[in-house]
Design a binder for this molecule. Structure first.
Ligand SMILES: [Fe+2]
Ligand SMILES: [Fe+2]
Length: 281
């Protein structure tokens, strides 16, 4: 398979980010990049097939069909990316520096979510969103490295001690808002959710209640903009880099001098878990 070096480097966050990576991490990243390309090629092929049968409506699984798959897998769907391999075995992780910063986690631990989040933050930056919205977009899904279930709530909790209340609000509630269309603000219900939740999925009562609360809240716009700038498909050609966000992080993220995981904050253990997911207990 031919690899475009520029796209590969950009997908990792640019040359500066690559410079921080160890050889093993680079090799792993290359493998991951290639498998993403393969998936993309397969998706394009099936899209071609889908176009040929344009008169046939798109097929999405039902909730019952998705539930029937649960005991066909070795791991549950909500498991974080760091704890399971998509194919084969998990990889060894490079050691983080002594006082790890957010950018270290981005380049060395958020390997499965950073591209998606950088694409989302780039879109927000280009459309002139506030720094708080751009930051919320940059951070909105990275907690999926440890857990996917209720990732809006987990994600807001992970970042709450270090960012504004408004940015944490936007991260927490993007999860509920994404199930509710808001065409006036440019948000339609994505086909992706028909595929992963089932075409007959209806949000649970706690999600519905959360949505009703958030839509009347003064910060509804911020949370909604995370869903508007979210990406619902992997764009293989997107050129992303952490570079444009370094100053925004500097102004809006209170980096603890002891390092994330070592500042005795109520969420320090969550950062240590991301740092050392191979610890047995
Ligand atoms: Fe999300
Ligand atoms: Fe997302």
């Amino acid at each position: 398979m031919e690899i475009d070096r520029r796209i590969f480097i950009a997908s990792l966050g640019g040359t500066a980010a690559v410079g921080l990576m160890g050889d093993e991490a680079k090799a792993d990243a290359l493998e991951e990049f290639m498998s993403a390309r393969l998936n993309e090629a397969a998706a394009q092929q099936s899209a071609g097939t889908a176009q040929q049968t344009a008169n046939t409506p798109q097929q999405f699984p039902s909730m019952a069909e998705l539930e029937a798959q649960i005991d066909t897998r070795p791991t549950r769907r909500g498991v974080g990316n760091l704890f399971t391999a998509r194919t084969g075995n998990v990889k060894r992780l490079d050691k983080l520096p002594a006082h790890p910063r957010l950018v270290d986690f981005f380049t060395m631990r958020f390997n499965n979510t950073s591209n998606h989040c950088l694409q989302s933050a780039t879109k927000a930056l280009r459309s002139g969103m506030s720094e708080e919205v751009v930051l919320a977009c940059l951070l909105h899904d990275v907690v999926q490295e440890i857990i996917k279930v209720d990732h809006g709530w987990w994600g807001a909790q992970l970042f709450e001690p270090y960012i504004s209340e408004k940015a944490a609000f936007a991260i927490r509630y993007h999860q509920a808002l994404r199930f509710y269309a808001d065409p006036a603000n440019g948000y339609e219900y994505p086909d992706l959710y028909r595929r992963i939740f089932g075409h007959d999925y209806r949000p649970e009562p706690y999600i519905e209640a959360t949505y009703q609360m958030v839509r009347k809240h003064k910060w509804y716009g911020e949370a909604r903009m995370v869903t508007v700038n979210d990406l619902y498909a992997f764009d293989a050609n997107a050129q992303v880099s952490l570079e444009p966000f370094v100053d925004i992080i500097g102004r809006n993220f209170k980096q603890p001098k002891e390092g994330l995981g070592y500042d005795n904050s109520p969420v320090a253990h969550m950062w240590r878990t991301i740092e050392r997911p191979d610890a047995p207990l």
